[in-house]
Ligand binder design. Structure first.
Ligand code: DPN
Ligand code: CA
Ligand code: ZN
Length: 311
């Protein structure tokens, strides 16, 4: 026990949030996710888009090729994978769901991000970054030998860009019992914006229990000396269906079409008066449209949150 406490204290400082019901957050030691591996995955998604008409959009061959490629990596690592189909606009869409065997299946911690792009481009920042990062965190669960107390499930959603279609289909398709087993959902959509912000989803207005997720992510950024900001992503990504079902949610985000302020450029670097992602939903959202530092910090934040929340 003493060794465990020492490890926890060493791994992360105690934080006081100033909120009355806040518990101190102690981060568990998590592996450092190699950003080189995340970037190699982005290269693969770029190649898939390039070989399939330049995009990975719903109903286009680049989307299913993306699903098959992520699935093959997870299958090889021992995950139990399933492809859930749905139909939209006359085309079949797919969600990829991967369970890590073990843990308490009545207490599921789920991480997800959308794997589809818009049809205008390859969607490397939006959302190759979140997709590749949760993939590498999943692979780190396997390679580290971590035995989480909670059951872990990962998801790559289809047709987010058509209105959160895949994630909504998944939540609506669950039985009441299976839905109640999912106790937390973490979402990662755009984590390597070229002119990055460091945003954590605000728990305000989200189901109770979301505050803990917010604080764990905030604490990770503060442990590496990065000043994060809270953001209300509202219904703009795949956490929305989970929140609507009363499931605590959280996530990180490095910004889309919004403009970086001068105060933000002072603390984060980059260019004030310029969009966080000038190539948002454009053909230039390629592997050149990713900030490697933001990508690395967010991948490590995801691992830290998983290790801390999964126990
Ligand atoms: N949902 C994102 C998209 O795919 O276009 C943009 C976004 C992500 C906006 C996260 C807000 C927060
Ligand atoms: Ca790293
Ligand atoms: Zn998008």
């Amino acid at each position: 026990m003493k060794a465990l406490l020492t490890a926890l204290v060493t791994a992360g400082a105690l934080v006081g949030s100033g909120l009355a019901d806040a518990q101190p957050v102690r981060l568990a030691a998590a592996p450092d996710i190699p950003v080189s591996a995340v970037r190699a995955d982005l290269d693969q998604l770029q190649s898939i888009a390039s070989a399939n008409g330049g995009n990975r959009a719903h109903g286009r061959p680049g989307y299913l090729a993306s699903v098959n490629w992520v699935k093959s990596k997870l299958d090889a690592a021992g995950f139990t994978t399933r492809v859930q189909s749905f139909s939209r606009n006359g085309a079949t869409g797919y969600n990829l769901i991967a369970d890590w065997p073990g843990g308490d299946t009545d207490d599921v911690l789920m991480l997800g991000g959308h794997l589809d792009s818009v049809s205008a481009g390859p969607g490397i920042n939006d959302n190759g970054t979140g997709s590749a990062s949760i993939l590498e965190v999943a692979l780190a669960v396997r390679s580290s030998g971590f035995q989480p107390r909670r059951h872990l499930r990962f998801a790559w959603w289809g047709a987010e860009e058509l209105g959160l279609v895949g994630s909504t289909h998944y939540v609506n398709s669950l039985s009441t019992t299976d839905r109640s087993r999912i106790k937390t959902y973490l979402n990662f959509d755009m984590t390597g914006s070229p002119n990055p912000g460091y945003f954590v989803y605000s728990a305000s207005g989200q189901p109770s229990g979301s505050l803990r997720v917010q604080q764990v992510l905030q604490q990770y950024f503060s442990s590496i000396g990065v000043q994060s900001e809270l953001t209300s992503v509202g219904g703009r990504s795949d956490h929305a269906a989970f929140a609507r079902a009363g499931i605590p949610v959280g996530g990180t985000f490095t910004g889309a079409e919004g403009i970086k302020t001068s105060a933000q450029a002072q603390k984060w670097g980059g260019q004030a008066g310029v969009a966080y992602d000038r190539c948002y939903h454009r053909s230039c959202d390629t592997t050149a449209n990713v900030n490697a530092t933001a990508l690395d910090r967010n991948a490590d934040a995801i691992a830290s949150a998983l290790w801390t929340l999964a126990g």
